[in-house]
Design a protein around this ligand. Sequence first.
Ligand SMILES: [Zn+2]
Length: 477
Amino acid sequence: MPPGYREWANFLSLVTGPVGWALYGYGRLKRDFVNPGGGGEDMGEGKKIRMPMPASSDGTVHEAPASARITHNQRRRWWMFWKSWIAEETESELLHAMIAEAVAQDATDIHLEPHADYFLARFRVNGILRDYRKFESMTGDHLLAIVKVMASLDVADRSQARDGRFEWVDDDHGWRIDTRVSVSPSFRGEKLALRFLNRPATTLNIDSLGMSEDMKKALKRSIRHPEGFILIAGPTGSGKTTTAYSLLKMVAGPSVNTITIEDPVEYSLPAATQLGVNATWGITFEEGLTTILRQDPDVIFIGEMRDPNSFKTAIRASLSGHLVVSTMHARDTVHIFASLRNMNIEEASLVASVKMVVAQRLVRLLCPECKEPDEEIDEDSLEFVGFDGSEIDDLYQPGGGCEHCFHSGFVGRTGVYEYLTMDKTVREWLERGGHATDLRNALRERGVRRLYDDAREKVMSGQVWIQDAIRSVGFDE
Ligand SMILES: [Zn+2]
């Protein structure tokens, strides 16, 4: 050895020597006391054991080559020791990384499904399932066991379907997510489903919801002075809460006291106090709202108001210097005003408090990579686009699927919207006590965009399939 390297060799042996001896000693201890008689006999003589290979970070699963399939007890023991030392932490990290990735992708659910020799993890994003990655069977089993422990479920019991929940915490992002766990036995083993009950609102972006520039401007203007009432309507699953939270996200902050009351809490918003309404605890919206008002709030979000008393309390709050945002069931914007009036709320209060109302639906977005021109345009489609004999631009339908859309033909969902602000037309109609049809006609005369117009525009620009548009907003009335 050249003289210059001798110091290095001495140094290396000094460092590695004690570690090596410690490992050897621990291995002996484990073999002789922890696992007397050596491991491996339970596997049967000559039976091949496949080394569990953790999947790499790029999502591929490394199958052990044939040469790595060993029967030697010594190797197995070494693996067991190594695994017991590091594996638990590694698998917890895998689980954490998977949940963090799902949250970052704004997924609502994670599915971990057993297959013949691997587990497949999938995320549901925008209502569509997409593959995340595969795990070796053993890793998948361990991930499942970790989740069961976190959800206080019996790890040993694999024969029954069970539900639980846990709070997942990510200190790096400040995320605390209430996660519902469902484990069910299946043909190939246990299947796991995780659902996020409150996703972080920080991932929401008002620019990605499919709103027109005018609408975004109107929304931003309506929250500029944080007082008044904003209502968002649509059927269940139309993305109302998402719209509401993208608004709240813009106003909430350390200097603003934001309180939400919902059943259940769907998004988590930092710097906000969030209350879940629970009928079994005897908390109703109206009671919750009354309590909230004593807490000196600036901004209040009320999820899905139904009873007239809640609306009245909310309107009173919005008239006394609070910004109140709420969702409700209503077909369209005219219908929102008609419902409010039917609750015997004074027209003057409505005029003074309501700033903006929004009605919306969700439709699927065609995959731009594999969509195909729609050749079979039937009579309904022609009626929907308002065919007048002139040439129609290309309309598109979902294609066969590709990598980009995870073979579904769609890349998510977008909102279809209409909105009204408290302008002269609405004010006069309210004060006059006119019929809903009068307002509808007045708005049409002024050329105010309706749900139908927005959906039609998204069809004509090739973003949305005409069948989806018809299903969500119907025909031009
Ligand atoms: Zn595609």
